[in-house]
Structure formats: structure tokens, C-alpha cells
Design a protein around this ligand. Structure first.
Ligand code: SF4
Length: 375
């Protein structure tokens, strides 16, 4: 059982907060699709067992039909599609129209993850998004009419431009929309080397207000709870039975194969590899039939720490037995920190392990780092 991920490293505009790997020079999409297809050919993929397929980026929805088709056919020639349970395409509102919807459906896409980020026009402009609010509403209406796909939307909260009441209105609209069954909601973070960081340093934009972020996180939890949605991961929320299968595989440490520049892969055991995060070098290397990958062998401590990091973010929490398998004595060594967070109400002990509470989610980074170990 494995997943496949494609990183499509192109975007129409650079969003001010984004530090992902992408280029805004769209002339290279054809060459990139060819290189990715070739990378598939050069990779030792199992012939069966592919459960999920995910096109991320960047903005995969801006690929031309034939480019997306080429990647699909290359993958089909290497592995069976018969066990596929979910095929996700990340897309931006400006790419969604009757033609793309039909094409994606015929190609076998089952789920769209739409980068809405906000429903407010001035906030979209402040973040330098390529779409406007009208396009967001139109594409959701259109997708509702067709009803072909499971729809997830990405939202950002805790920005300097979003008031609590705007956030409430956005959530009411999104949760109430018949076409939408999943939300990925992220608190705005300021990454170095982004336009946002530059603007804050120059005083053009106020720094992130942590209190506002906490208020908006609380509003999100409340709305999710009131509407009987599931908060199954710190940033991921869904109607019952609509969890993202591909991302859930990551959190269960199942194997996945990543293709394209900056894509990660994992063998499900101890080996990860990362493709070079440079479009030109990636293409040149693949043209020479050399895979531009950097390998990393995980130590037992790395594997333990990864399980703490991902497990505590999910509603299942961490399983003590899993952690003890990697590093016997983990619970005993960390009992003081565990008890401290249980006493402060940030962690609860379950039969099988530990889980963050609502207040614990607000300080999850601190708790996770306190429970991780070093070699
Ligand atoms: S569209 Fe997505 S990947 Fe591209 S710059 Fe914006 S946030 Fe980043």
C-alpha cells in the first residue's frame, strides 16, 4: 500500500507569505511535465498497491491538459490504478471552469483541494493572491452544480487583515456550503525570505498578533464542534467520513513516492529522500537519467520524534507502545513533562497513550519539543 505525490512547482503570482518551492515563470511547465514523466519511468515503483495520488505544489491546476495527461499516462504505464481510493488535485479558483472540471473528472481526479485562503477581497490583495473573491464564490457554485468531487478548501487565519467577525462569517459560509466537506485551516506564520516578512520588518504591515490567532483558533474549534464536523488533525477538519486519505497515510507512516522538484519520499521504514528544489537542475539531471535525490537514513530517535510530532497533532494522539518500540523507556524518561502537561490541562492520558487537549493544541510546538528526544 503506498501513495504518490507530484510537486508541480509553478504559480501565477508569489503569495506574500509563501515559502514553498515554485517559479512564476510559466514557460517551463511543458518541460517539467516531461521531466516528471521521465522520473516516473526511472523510479522503481511497485506494480500494485497505489491507494492515493496527490498533485500538490505550487499550483498543479495551471498545468495544460496534455501536461497533466502525460504525467497520468506515464504513471499508468508503471503501476495499476485499480486500488486507487483518492486522487487529489490542488487548484486555485482562477483555474476552475466548466472545461477544467470535465477534464479533471475524466482524468480520474476525485478530490479538489482549493486554495481559497480568504473570502475577503482586500485580504486576498494584501496576500498577493492571483484570484479575487468573486472567483472564489463562482468556482464553489460551479463545483456545487457539477457535484463531481470531494471538495476541500485551504483557509488562513490570524492575519493582520482578518477580524474575528470576518473569520466567523467565512467559516459559517464554508461549513454551510453544500459542496465543501473538508477544511485545511492554517494560522499565518511569517517565514524568513518572504515578502510578508520584509513588509513586517519595514513596518508596512503590523506583526502577527498572537492573541488574535488564539481567538480565531478558538472560533474555528467552536464552529467545527457546533456543526458536528471532525477536528481530526490540528489543521484539518471535515464532515464525518471525509478525512483526507493521502495526508492520513503520511501520519500513519505509510510509504509514498514523490516526483518533481522538492518532492519528498519515504519507504515506510527508515529511508527518506528529497528531490532537488531547483527546477532547472531537476530537469537537467532527469534528462541525463540521473535522479536528483538526497537520501536520509532515520535513526530510531528520528523515528520516535516524527511519531511524537505527527501523532500529537492528530485526534488519535500518540501510542505509547509505538514510541517504546523505537526507544524503550521513553515514557519513564518523560514522565515529569507528561505529568506537568496533564496537570496543566494541556494533555490527557488515554488507555493507549496521550492526546492534546484544546489548550494543548495552542502550545503544541512547545509540548512536542519537550517530549522529543536527542540521540
Ligand atoms: S499559490 Fe500556493 S504555492 Fe503558490 S505562492 Fe501562493 S500559497 Fe504558495
Amino acid at each position: 500500500m503506498f501513495g504518490v505525490y507530484f510537486h508541480i512547482p509553478f504559480c501565477r503570482k508569489a503569495c506574500s507569505y509563501c515559502n514553498f518551492h515554485f517559479s512564476t515563470n510559466l514557460n517551463g511547465t511543458g518541460k517539467m511535465a516531461e521531466a516528471i514523466s521521465k522520473e516516473i519511468g526511472l523510479t522503481n515503483l511497485p506494480e500494485k498497491g497505489m491507494k492515493t495520488l496527490y498533485f500538490g505544489g505550487g499550483t498543479p491546476s495551471l498545468l495544460q491538459k496534455e501536461e497533466l495527461g502525460l504525467i497520468f499516462s506515464s504513471l499508468r504505464s508503471k503501476t495499476e490504478f485499480s486500488e486507487l481510493e483518492e486522487v487529489t488535485l490542488e487548484c486555485n479558483p482562477e483555474d476552475i471552469n466548466v472545461h477544467s472540471i470535465e477534464y479533471w473528472k475524466n482524468l480520474g481526479i476525485t478530490r479538489l483541494s482549493i486554495g481559497l485562503q480568504s473570502l475577503n477581497e482586500s485580504e486576498l490583495r494584501a496576500m498577493n493572491r492571483a484570484h479575487n473573491d468573486a472567483q472564489s464564490f463562482e468556482c464553489l457554485d460551479l463545483l456545487g452544480q457539477f457535484g463531481y468531487f470531494n471538495i476541500s478548501v485551504d483557509l488562513i487565519y490570524g492575519t493582520p487583515w482578518k477580524s474575528n467577525s470576518q473569520w466567523e462569517e467565512e467559516l459559517d459560509f464554508i461549513i454551510g456550503h453544500k459542496a465543501i466537506s473538508h477544511i485545511s485551516a492554517y494560522a499565518l506564520t511569517v517565514e524568513s525570505k518572504t515578502q510578508l516578512n520584509h513588509q513586517i520588518n519595514k513596518g508596512e504591515i503590523p506583526p502577527i498578533d498572537d492573541d488574535r490567532t488564539v481567538s480565531q483558533f478558538n472560533i474555528l474549534q467552536e464552529k467545527i464542534h457546533q456543526n458536528n464536523w471532525e477536528a481530526y488533525e490540528i489543521s484539518n477538519y471535515c464532515k464525518p467520513n471525509h478525512r483526507a486519505k493521502h495526508n492520513s497515510q503520511y501520519w500513519k507512516f505509510r510509504p509514498y513516492f514523490g516526483f518533481g522538484p522538492a518532492a519528498h519520499s519515504f519507504d515506510g521504514k527508515t529511508t527518506r529522500y528529497l528531490n532537488i528544489a531547483n527546477n532547472t537542475l531537476y530537469i537537467q539531471s532527469i534528462q541525463k537519467e540521473e535522479l536528483p535525490r538526497e537520501y536520509e537514513e532515520l535513526s530510531l530517535t528520528d523515528s520516535l520524534n516524527e511519531r511524537i510530532m505527527t501523532g500529537l497533532r492528530t485526534c488519535e494522539g500518540i501510542r505509547t507502545v509505538d514510541l517504546e518500540n523505537f526507544k524503550p523507556g521513553w515514557e519513564k524518561r518523560n514522565i515529569r513533562a507528561l505529568n506537568r502537561y496533564i496537570k496543566s490541562g494541556d494533555l490527557v492520558q488515554l488507555n493507549h497513550g496521550y492526546q492534546l487537549t484544546h489548550s494543548g493544541k495552542l502550545i503544541s510546538d512547545r509540548i512536542i519539543s519537550d517530549l522529543m528526544e536527542i540521540d
